[in-house]
Design a protein around this ligand. Structure first.
Ligand SMILES: O=C(O)CCC(=O)C(=O)O
Length: 270
């Protein structure tokens, strides 16, 4: 059933992440894996760890500032009512879907995701977001599963990040070493169809995939209607390592209302 227990909700508040008992049925995962294969075929020039806005359909070539030809199957996943039920328990009844990033790390040369806080990269004010990371493959320590620093979200501070000009990283901003103790990291091992949920301030990352097994996951991004997706901001000055265009990113109000009254839901639907 897609309902978090009280202790899961308490864990999210205390540690900044959780793995719910709800998981997608195997048939859905199989279909999403086929969708992923098509997504990769449709985007031959894009590293599979950098399939940003995989849910945005109908934009291709020069019309697409983010360079990825998306798929309706990932938008459907982002709109999955059972996932929204979980998100609602964590961020409240007003839910805006604003991102969907497929992080597919091929066997052998899957790029590292450096330690980072999502909030450092995003134009959401006040900063608030829940990411649901859905495993399409088994995601294990061996093939570079997501790793989290429990409690690192609690101070609601974004720590300094250092820019790294390296082509073998998924993202190019790394949380400064002094901000946290990497020795406290927890590996979030997931089976296909399982998911983790994490807070916008939580420090997390993932090792390179040097194993013989692919590691693919879909990160769905949900912000509450009490926050503004501020299109005028350019966090990290374009130096994220992933081509993003927040000025043209479509937003979907999936539940409740836009409490700010200022989010623009027309942009990006041309
Ligand atoms: O899957 C990964 O390697 C990184 C995912 C991530 O950083 C995120 O979902 O915020």
């Amino acid at each position: 059933m897609s309902r978090l227990t009280d202790s899961e909700v308490a864990q999210y508040a205390e540690r900044g992440y959780l793995v719910p008992s709800f998981r997608l049925p195997a048939e859905r995962v199989d279909r999403l894996r086929e969708s992923l294969d098509r997504l990769i075929r449709d985007n031959p020039g894009v590293r599979p760890e950098k399939l940003v806005s995989a849910h945005v359909v109908g934009r291709a070539g020069a019309a697409n500032p983010e360079g990825v030809k998306g798929s309706a199957d990932f938008l459907d996943l982002g709109m999955e009512p059972q996932i929204l039920d979980l998100v609602e328990q964590l961020i409240g009844p007003d839910i805006i879907l604003w991102g969907c990033h497929v992080f597919c790390k091929p066997a052998g040369d899957g790029h590292e995701t450096p330690w980072h806080q999502d909030g450092h990269y995003w134009p959401i004010r006040p900063l608030a977001n829940c990411t649901v990371w859905v495993a399409l493959d088994a995601s294990t320590t061996e093939n570079g599963c997501l790793r989290v620093i429990p409690g690192s979200h609690a101070a609601k501070v974004t720590y300094p990040h250092l820019f790294e000009d390296r082509q073998d990283l998924v993202l190019q901003q790394r949380t400064a070493d002094e901000a946290f103790d990497a020795g406290t990291a927890v590996d979030l091992e997931l089976q296909p169809g399982q998911m983790s949920m994490h807070d916008v301030y939580m420090i997390h990352g993932a090792a390179a995939n040097t194993s013989t097994k692919r590691r693919a996951g879909v990160a769905l991004r949900y912000m509450p209607g009490t926050s503004l997706f501020d299109r005028s901001l350019k966090p990290v000055d374009g130096k994220s390592g992933v081509p993003v265009s927040f000025a043209t990113r479509p937003l979907w109000l999936l539940r409740g209302r836009d409490v700010t009254g200022q989010n623009d839901f027309r942009v990006g639907f041309d």
